[in-house]
Ligand binder design. Sequence first.
Ligand code: SF4
Length: 340
Amino acid sequence: MIDIRSMSLDELTKYILSIGEPKYRAGQVFSWLHRGISDFEEMSNIPKGLREKLSMECELNTATVVRRQISKSDGTRKYLLKFSDGNCVEAVFMKYNHGNTVCISTQVGCRMGCVFCASTKNGLVRNLLPSEMLAELFEIIKDTGETVSNIVLMGTGEPLDNYDNVIKFLHLVNDERGLNIGMRHISLSTCGLCDKIEKLSSENLPITLSVSLHAPTDEARSAIMPVNKAYGVRRLIGECKAYFAKTSRRISFEYTMISGHTDTMQRAEELSELLRGFPCHVNLIPLNKISEESLLPSSNEQILKFKAHLEKNGIAVTVRRSLGADIDAACGQLRQNYIS
Ligand code: SF4
């Protein structure tokens, strides 16, 4: 079956011409697909014969809601979504002052092995297709009845480990005949695959790159993020500087505050030394407790002390507001609870 919703308009046009239909039908079909239809019969201005042909040859790759948790405090909605092969991923809908934001997954599972993350416990199952990433958005838009203006690729999976599908998704979601979400409203989070960061810098996409740093030295970072054994902190920061030099897009560094591990004043000094003079942004993230690990979240007092030390060294820093604290909001927890 043809994965029609993953096609660019050019690819779709070639397909439509190949089945003997006029070129203008491609634009019509493309807009229906990117309105989030779940059945070809919904394409009301497309002749019945073509609708039947499409449903025989193509698949729509929809997602359905398996579980939904709604935060009582702030309305954050966490979803477990299921694809046609039975695999599930998580996605989260959040309301911010700057607009509704959806955090989507890019893979089923993850092979990066970060110790603080529930998504990687069973390794990587498979990559998601561009159409499946779109399906996460369409299902959430349908379920909430709201519009979405921002996307973060920060759910299950390492986006740059599914590079080609993610780049295709970014172009599709940005298409003005579709969801038309501006590249500047999209953030991509990576654990730091240096060769892929270099490749991404050549794509000319004004997205925000968010790098999960979490520790400032090789010893500390390798202990919690196995990817660090392949690249190392100095190489990663060097790659980030090259990315900024090429794209002029400021990088955001994610830094999880783990009590006694990443939140000490020694770490604050090491982090300051690493980033001093580099125009970037550090986002301190209070650890979400995952039940099977012994890691503990930092106290508020320690987070503020850490933040003040970075600021003293001229580094822009914020503490992430924790939305949906009363639901299983940490990366991978809902799916993990479902499959175990
Ligand atoms: S934090 Fe991200 S890269 Fe690391 S294991 Fe979890 S999903 Fe994978």
